[in-house]
Design a protein around this ligand. Structure first.
Ligand code: NAD
Length: 252
């Protein structure tokens, strides 16, 4: 496989895009750490991936992130790939956003990415280098109504990806970002009614909007395929790049 003998941590891997990435990494021969704040979900995904382990961790909690990396190195003896995928969404206009609402999104989608990378880096350097695969979003490329804190966090993640590529290029660590469009996961589906109401659409109107522009939602496996590319030596000359995966949604 493309990731034979690589050790990979995927956060938020108990569902959606993270679970698909963990499965794809396992299929390419990686030893995968399936991590999620929802331990039961992580264990269930891990049980379908040969040689993987599940670790319960909240990426917004520094001690839990430190423990996640410690367990990984104790179990597999090193670390080469990290996908700080855990994320949450919001559908509030800024005028109704409290500091608490704001901090909740930032603590997972930005602090959580920083903490995960920060504590994985020493282990990756000890292992001779590797690859950071950040999960940004097409929401990082422009501001959009109702997802202000989410968009701001995703833009910051993209920016951070470039900082990492600049700081670590001489130490054999690459950092790249995936920018998915709408993928049919719980994250999107659970906010769909709110988005439709706020946009003045009828129930299910969001699907029509997507259909008109994109023809369909993306599949988690389509994001996972690109995550395999960025984790593997196939992308050896990609560093600091952002890859849009949206079926043409943004361009049209
Ligand atoms: P999802 O809701 O289906 O899955 C997210 C997983 O993260 C869940 O298992 C959840 O338990 C876990 N999680 C939440 N908070 C956590 C925390 N504090 N610590 C650890 N785990 C936590 O979401 P998804 O759609 O698969 O999203 C995954 C990533 O992809 C997110 O960063 C999201 O912003 C990004 N993304 C999603 C889309 C999309 O359309 N679905 C588009 C672009 C980017």
């Amino acid at each position: 496989g493309l990731l034979a003998d690589k050790v990979a941590i995927v956060t938020g891997a108990g569902a959606g895009i993270g679970a698909a990435i963990a499965r794809a990494y396992g299929a390419e021969g990686a030893r995968v750490v399936v991590s999620d704040i929802n331990g039961e979900a992580a264990r269930e995904v891990s049980s379908s991936i040969e040689g993987s382990i599940a670790v319960t961790a909240d990426v917004a909690d520094e001690e839990q992130v430190v423990e996640l990396v410690r367990r990984t190195v104790a179990e597999f003896g090193g670390l080469h790939v990290v996908v700080p995928n855990a994320g949450i969404a919001t559908t509030k206009p800024l005028l109704e956003t409290s500091l608490e609402d704001w901090r909740k999104v930032m603590s997972v989608n930005l602090d959580g990415v920083f903490l995960t990378i920060r504590h994985c880096l020493p282990a990756m350097l000890d292992s001779g280098g590797g690859s950071i695969v950040n999960i940004s979003s097409i929401a990082s490329t422009t501001g959009s109504a109702l997802i202000g804190s989410y968009s701001a966090a995703k833009a910051a993640v993209r920016n951070l990806t470039e900082t990492l590529s600049a700081e670590l290029r001489f130490q054999n660590i690459r950092a790249n970002a995936l920018l998915p469009g709408f993928i049919a996961t719980d994250l999107v589906k659970s906010h769909q009614p709110d988005l439709e109401r706020a946009l003045g659409l009828e129930a299910g109107g969001f699907d029509n909007l997507i259909a008109a522009k994109q023809t369909r939602y993306g599949r988690t496996e389509e994001v996972a395929a690109a995550a395999v590319f960025f984790a593997s030596d196939q992308s050896s000359w990609c560093n600091g790049s952002s890859l849009i995966l949206d079926g043409g949604f943004k361009a049209s």
